[in-house]
Design a protein around this ligand. Sequence first.
Ligand SMILES: Cc1ncc(COP(=O)(O)O)c(C=O)c1O
Length: 402
Amino acid sequence: MTAPRLEIDLDKIQHNAHALVGLLAARRISVTGVMKATLGSPAIAEALIRAGVRTLGDSHIESIEAMRRAGLRATMILLRSPMLSQVHRVVANADISFNTELEVISRLSLAAQEARRTHGIVLMVELGDLREGIMPGDLEDIARQVLLFPNIVLRGIGANLACRSGVSPDPRNMAELSALADRVETQLSLTLDIVSGGNSANLNWAFSDADAGRINDLRLGEAILLGRETLRRQPIAGLHTDAICLVAEVIESKVKPSLPWGDIAQSAFGEMPAAIDRGRLSQTILAVGRQDTDPDGLRPPPGIEILAASSDHLIASTGRNHISVGAEIRFQMNYSALIRSMTSPFVAKVSKHRCPASVAAGGILRTIDATSELGGGGQSSKFSQRQGLDNNMKESPCNSTS
Ligand SMILES: Cc1ncc(COP(=O)(O)O)c(C=O)c1O
């Protein structure tokens, strides 16, 4: 099979989403499935919908358009404040957008009138992380003005934490958001149906004893796709952390000295290579690089250590094991590696699903029968046959659940 490739286990993604939908439903919080790491993949969106997700969000209108073209039945939210240059596309494809600027809302209103549509607005409030948001003291006044725009409906308020500055969602800032929702409703005599508390960083708060207050929505991307909360990147109990893996192919395998020789200056990416003599090492080169992923966000199987990466080569040490040219190595990924691999045209995207399906996802996903090449046992036997590795390495991390 072609490499490098992302192997995407739709059943594991569905399982993760279903578990989170259930856990949060007990707190009367619904899940908006955040699709941006998947570029709006319809196959992954369908897995989320099967899991009970009713609303899908993305920061790129292009991804929302892709999901619309696929005919998905879900409410679509643009999670980033619309660009003025895209308001017509936003009104045509997104039911709701997150906003902080009256000028943008005014232009959305004009576009909505032209299109004879109604567009929903969620006003984002700044709670300290210093990315997007209206200062809390300005919220009531701005909400009052939003009500005056034709073809615009104020649907709710929201906040986003732990993105720019790592500010943690906690009982204090979540209570502040709830209090703001109450105040806007009382002062403007309306009902806000969405109070969106945040992202995967909100899960520790949401699973604690803290009062959920008015928060009735969380927008989850990484927790669904990678099975982790994002404040400490801890695995969430019962979720898969290996639903998506990167598989790369070995193109060179040799024993080489660990120290370079010659007059040493900067490397291709401006680094000064570390000069620690580890003697001669079994070095393997994989055909994947910084153009395809974030090498710092890859976790190799036991016994393999990433040494360095250039734009198109990943150099790994394999200890005393020799790995043959043509063998494949499977990596777990963090969010940074995931979004870069998803976005690289050089990385194939291959999904598997219990039932053979033929969902072509926006041209990027190919769905194959799990019982063939990617099936549980088949996967590891193929892995071991091709590599001749020790038992540790045959135990592909993709087969484990955390
Ligand atoms: C506004 C907004 N909400 C939610 C998310 C989802 O974040 P996470 O993937 O950490 O759940 C993001 C980022 O992707 C975002 O920008």
